[in-house]
Ligand binder design. Structure first.
Ligand code: FES
Length: 102
């Protein structure tokens, strides 16, 4: 049995695929491309802005795009998905979008 509950954030949710696949599989993965570092950068930026409870940054498993470079991020409630670079500039850009209008 389950029940509906309100989300623990009020504005926006970002899923960052951090799945790290064994390189021996020959298939790329976001985790191998620096996704965990990107997620951590965004989480720190959100905390520094005092937005805990308004925005949420969550690591996810594979979202079935598996880019050769970058990682997959999904914004909710917009339901906008993209393949992002994982460098510091990309983290700043994603953070700005995540907190937009908060
Ligand atoms: S490993 Fe990230 S989408 Fe598959």
């Amino acid at each position: 049995m389950s029940k509906s509950v309100p989300p623990p954030y009020t504005h926006r949710h970002l899923l960052v695929c951090t799945n790290a696949r064994d390189p021996a599989t020959g298939k790329p993965s976001c985790g191998m491309n620096g996704a965990a570092r990107l997620r951590e950068q965004i989480k720190v930026a959100v905390k520094e802005r005092g937005l805990k409870g308004k925005v949420k940054v969550t690591a996810s498993g594979c979202l079935d795009f598996c880019p050769a470079d970058g990682c997959v991020v999904a914004f909710y409630p917009e339901n906008t998905w993209e393949i992002s670079a994982t460098d510091a500039a990309a983290g700043e850009s994603l953070t700005a979008r995540l907190v937009e209008g908060v």
